[in-house]
Design a protein around this ligand. Structure first.
Ligand code: PLP
Length: 362
């Protein structure tokens, strides 16, 4: 990326040599993204990330009165545009069926199939959840959609490079992903699908990305995305196995040291790097801050909106009480962590959790 920024600042749309060099860089990266996902290079459209890819599918495909089937555990970049179109001023909004997950955060493929109606235009289902790591039955849902002739999109942002996302095996019409979830730069992602030409662009302009996204390409970031995909193809399996070993060590330690701790999800259907756990009688935010002071970065099962702490909608949809959701933490394991780091987190929580439970603060 540094090389491109310093030395190769051509515009891929220009015909002179610098432009052609930048174009070659972009196309090489496109081939890497395609290879990782089992797609054709021509099916990959670069975007500013998964948020834009998700919005492009939703806004680019759906019209007033269309029906959409989705889950109640989508990322906000799917949920918010659907809600916006549902409540479009002047009526004629979208109709959306949100299929509830079970207590482990998974939806049943049969429940999605049962929600499909003759006027259903799109089924969109997150591949793996960003808060719990729950892996959805995407393959079954994709097959049902193919049989019923309904367009299927999956937000695979969390799944790519952490579990198998092979579009030769799973018949998705569209898949969204984001480079920074697999070690690439922030602010670049892709929408992948053979039938991208069906979508109305979100950004109209110079017709880049085969007309789907006007605007000069972010060449350096695209190059970084390509490198991240190449590395993921080479090292992804080993990385995922390592993350799982560390995650399992963390879970074993928490169970040993903190009776009453509960896993929000089903280990058999969870990304290997994710552990979302609830601790009885604690405010997760207090633990997040205490761990941060110790140099440990975790997320709470809650989001802070305008100063008020809201329990996670994903955890509530799984049937947790607001109190349980607020007492939940999400741990992610990955590059740069050692067994000793995991053991230190376990030791810290062994002290912190009883203190917070006793109302002593952290
Ligand atoms: C599941 C999921 N979808 C979409 C996004 C949005 O990605 P970006 O912020 O890169 O657009 C994220 C990022 O956190 C995510 O986890």
């Amino acid at each position: 990326m540094a090389e491109v920024l310093r030395e190769e600042y051509g515009n891929p749309s220009s015909v002179y040599a610098e432009g052609a060099a930048a174009r070659a860089r972009v196309e090489a990266a496109r081939a890497e993204v395609a290879a990782l996902l089992g797609a054709r290079p021509a099916d990959v459209r670069f975007t500013s990330g998964a948020t834009e890819a998700n919005n492009t599918v939703i806004a680019g495909l759906l019209g007033p009165g269309d029906h959409v089937v989705t889950s109640a555990v989508e990322h906000p970049s799917v949920d918010a545009p659907l809600r916006f179109l549902e409540s479009r001023p002047g009526g004629g909004g979208l109709r959306v069926t949100r299929v509830a997950p079970d207590a482990t955060g998974r939806v049943e493929a049969e429940a999605i199939a049962a929600a499909i109606r003759p006027e259903t235009r799109l089924v969109t289902l997150i591949w793996a959840n960003n808060e719990t790591g729950a892996i959805q039955p995407v393959e079954s849902v994709a097959s049902v959609c193919r049989e019923r002739g309904v367009t299927f999109h999956s937000d695979a942002t969390q799944a790519v490079a952490k579990t198998e996302v092979d579009l030769r095996q799973v018949p998705c019409d569209f898949v969204s992903c984001s480079a920074h979830k697999l070690g690439g730069p922030k602010g670049v992602g892709a929408l992948v699908g053979a039938d991208n030409a069906r979508l109305a662009p979100l950004l109209r302009g110079g017709g880049q990305e085969r007309g789907l996204r006007g605007g000069t390409e972010n060449v350096a970031s695209i190059v970084g995305f390509g490198v991240a995909c190449a590395l993921a193809r080479k090292e992804g399996e080993a990385r995922a196995a390592r993350a799982r070993t560390l995650r399992d060590r963390l879970w074993a330690g928490l169970q040993r040291e903190l009776p009453g701790v509960g896993w929000n999800g089903d280990p058999a259907h969870t990304l290997g790097n994710t552990l979302n756990v609830r601790f009885a009688g604690v405010e997760g935010e207090v633990l997040v801050q205490a761990l941060d002071l110790e140099g440990v970065a975790v997320s709470a099962g809650a989001a802070c909106h305008s100063g008020a702490i809201e329990p996670s909608g994903v955890l509530l949809a799984m049937g947790l009480t607001p109190q349980e959701a607020r007492g939940s933490l999400r741990f992610s394991t990955g590059a740069g962590l050692s067994e000793a780091d995991i053991d230190r987190v376990i030791t810290l929580l062994r002290t912190l959790v009883p203190r917070v439970q006793a109302g002593e603060g952290a």
